[in-house]
Design a protein around this ligand. Structure first.
Ligand code: UFG
Length: 336
C-alpha cells in the first residue's frame, strides 16, 4: 500500500456534520482530502473543508473534473438528505438525492476506475424490529423514505460488488451525536430536528421549550430509546473501514452497525442536558412523531470483529458535554 500522504480521499458531504469530522481526522492521519458538497444544509466553516468543490453528485461534468484533477484512491460518501420527517413529506426528493446521487457517484467511480467506497448508512434501514438489540442480519424494514433510500443504495453497492466493480463497506449509524468543540466542529443544521441539539438550545434559552414526541411507547419510561454514538467514534470507524478497503483485506460488500449497544430514552437525554447545563427548561409532552420506531439499539459486535472498531467517546455525559460546549462557542443565535 502506498504511504498515506500519497493517497487522496474524496469525501462527499464533507461539509456536513459527520463528513466534516471525518475529513478532519483523515487529514490528521496524513491523507489528502477533497470534499465535494453542494452546501445545501451543512454549516461547516468553509476554511475547515478546503479544498471544497461545490457541486451536486448528479452533475457528471463536475464529478469527472474532480476525478481528473485528483488521483483518488477511495471515496467516503456522506452526501445525502437526512431528515426522517422531511422524507415522509418529500419522498421523491429523498430517492432522487440519496439513490440518484449514489448511482451518479458509482458511475463516475466506474468511469475513473476507483473501486473503494465507504458508504454512510443508517439504523433507519431496520425500521421497527422486535429485537432488543439489532444485528446486521436483521431483515431490513425501513419505515420511512429516508431509511428506504439508504437501504436501496446499499443494495446497489452490494450488486456492484458482486460483479467486482467496487469494494464497499456501509456503516449503519445509530444516533450520531456529540461534537469536537476543540476543532470548532459540531452538529448544526439549518433546520434542527435532532433531539440533543434541540434540548441544548432550550437549556441555553435559545428555544422556549422542548417537546417529547410520544410518551406512550412500550419502553421503560414510555419514550423512545436510541443508541447515541459520538461523532468522533463514527469518524474513526470510517477511517478503519477505508483502511480495510485500501489494504485489500475487505473485498466485496458488507454493512456494519455503529453504536454502543446501550439505549437511552428521550427523558434520559433531557435529564443529561439538565445536569451538564445546570439549567432547567420547559418540557412538553407531545404526540408521537410519524416514522419513529420505539427503540433502535445496535449490536456493534460485527464492526469490532471485522474492523477492530469500538466506541471510545460515547458515554452519555461525554456526548452531551461536547455538544453543549460546541453550542456555547457559537456566537450567532441558532436558527429555529
Ligand atoms: N425527539 C423528541 N423531541 C424532539 C426531537 C426528537 O422527543 O424535539 C425524539 C424522537 O421522537 C426520537 C428521539 O428523540 O425518539 C431521537 O430523535 P432524533 O430526531 O434526534 O433522531 P432519530 O432517531 O429520529 O434519527 C436519527 C438520525 C436519522 C437516522 C436515525 C436512525 O437523525 O438520520 O437516527 O435511527 F435515520
Amino acid at each position: 500500500m502506498a504511504s498515506r500522504s500519497d493517497q487522496t480521499i474524496l469525501v462527499t458531504g464533507g461539509a456536513g456534520y459527520i463528513g466534516a469530522h471525518t475529513a478532519q481526522q483523515l487529514r490528521t492521519r496524513g491523507y489528502d482530502v477533497v470534499v465535494v458538497d453542494r452546501l445545501s444544509n451543512g454549516a461547516c466553516p468553509a476554511a475547515l473543508v478546503e479544498p471544497l468543490v461545490r457541486a451536486d453528485l448528479q452533475d457528471a461534468t463536475a464529478l469527472d473534473a474532480v476525478f481528473q484533477a485528483h488521483d483518488i484512491a477511495a471515496v467516503i460518501h456522506f452526501a445525502a438528505s437526512i431528515e426522517v420527517g422531511e422524507s415522509l413529506r418529500q419522498p421523491l426528493a429523498y430517492f432522487a438525492n440519496n439513490v440518484g446521487g449514489s448511482l451518479a457517484l458509482l458511475q463516475a467511480m466506474q468511469r475513473h476506475s476507483v473501486r473503494a467506497l465507504v458508504f454512510s448508512s443508517t439504523a433507519a434501514v431496520y425500521g421497527n424490529q422486535e429485537l432488543e438489540i439489532i444485528p446486521e442480519t436483521a431483515a431490513l424494514a425501513p419505515c420511512n423514505p429516508y431509511g428506504a433510500s439508504k437501504a436501496m443504495a446499499e443494495q446497489i453497492l452490494a450488486e456492484q460488488a458482486k460483479v467486482g466493480a467496487v469494494n464497499a463497506i456501509a456503516l449503519r449509524y445509530f444516533n450520531a451525536s456529540g461534537a469536537a468543540p476543540e476543532l470548532g466542529l459540531g452538529e448544526r443544521h439549518q433546520t434542527e430536528t435532532h433531539l440533543i441539539p434541540l434540548v441544548i438550545q432550550a437549556a441555553l434559552g435559545q428555544r422556549e421549550q422542548v417537546s417529547i414526541f410520544g410518551s406512550d411507547y412500550p419502553t421503560p419510561d414510555g419514550t423512545c430509546l436510541r443508541d447515541y454514538i459520538h461523532v468522533m467514534d463514527l469518524a474513526e470507524a470510517h477511517i478503519l473501514a477505508l483502511e480495510a478497503l485500501l489494504s485489500g483485506q475487505h473485498p466485496g460488500f458488507a454493512a456494519y452497525n455503529l453504536g454502543t449497544g446501550q439505549g437511552y430514552s428521550v427523558r434520559q437525554i433531557i435529564e443529561a442536558v439538565r445536569q451538564v447545563a445546570g439549567q432547567d427548561f420547559q418540557v412538553l409532552e407531545a404526540e408521537r412523531r410519524a416514522g419513529d420506531p420505539a427503540r433502535l439499539i445496535a449490536d456493534p459486535s460485527a464492526a469490532q470483529a471485522a474492523l477492530g472498531w469500538q466506541a471510545q467517546h460515547s458515554g452519555l455525559e461525554r456526548i452531551v458535554s461536547d455538544a453543549y460546549r460546541f453550542f456555547q462557542q457559537m456566537f450567532e443565535p441558532w436558527p429555529r
